[in-house]
Design a protein around this ligand. Structure first.
Ligand SMILES: [Zn+2]
Length: 233
């Protein structure tokens, strides 16, 4: 006798209940990582497709020549977004990162969608070992599942562990940008390509600018930036 799939689904749900990453309410069938209520209340920015958005201005102020840049969510608008980012960053929630990556790809109307490669901002290898995964890489994987764009996981490497940028002074952040914290690997593969640099949150822009600098030294590279959320911009 074959047991209908719905009974298995109900049994799995009973044994391993799933909870919303933002509000912790129990998920029902058809909900993935976020409940419908939280999904419908995500505070989207109006960045996509606009060249004069706050993230573009941030890079312009830092003297970083990016072609296009956008963040999907406003980090500070909702406590739920902060919980979501926390779950993705510190609880190793790969599925959430993948789902958010898919949403970023679906909602992005910028020219970023035509990139040749998606580049996750790398963690230092010690931190990645401790955390078990790189959330930016899983955002890229989710985006790649929509666009079909390959993820260049090892194109960038973080030489120096710098920690969170949020509480660093202006001088410390400037030092991060000038100290070759990130280096590129396999430079030949990226020459002449359009690259999309991806991270979870942009705060001061110094980490993404430090990533961008070695990439912009590659001949004829065009660079765009997309983050899940933007804080303080
Ligand atoms: Zn929820």
């Amino acid at each position: 006798m074959r047991i209908p799939t719905t009974i298995w689904t109900d049994l799995l749900d009973f044994l391993f209940p799933q909870y919303c990453a933002a509000c912790s309410s129990r998920l029902v069938e058809g909900e993935e990582q976020l409940c419908l209520h939280c999904m419908s209340r995500l505070p989207y920015t109006a960045h996509s497709g606009r060249n004069d958005n706050a993230v573009m201005r941030l890079f312009a102020d830092l003297g970083c020549p990016i072609q296009a840049a956008a963040s999907m969510l406003n980090y500070s608008a909702e406590k739920n977004v902060q919980r979501l980012i926390f779950s993705l960053k510190y609880y190793g929630n790969r599925k959430l990162a993948f789902t958010m990556g898919r949403l970023m790809a679906i909602r992005s109307r910028t020219e970023c969608s035509e990139a040749d490669f998606l580049l996750p901002v790398p963690l230092h290898r010690r931190r990645e070992r401790r955390r078990g995964y790189n959330q930016a890489e899983w955002l890229c994987r989710g985006m790649s599942s929509v666009w079909g764009t390959p993820v260049a996981t090892h194109a960038l490497r973080r030489r120096i562990a710098t920690g969170s940028q949020a509480h660093k002074s202006h001088a410390e952040r400037r030092a991060i940008m000038q100290n070759n914290v990130f280096v590129t690997n396999r430079i030949d593969n990226l020459a002449g390509k359009k690259l999309l640099l991806v991270d979870d949150v942009i705060t001061t822009g110094s980490t993404l600018t430090a990533c961008a600098m070695p990439l912009l030294n590659i001949p004829e590279v065009r660079l765009c930036v997309l983050t899940l959320a933007a804080a303080a911009v």
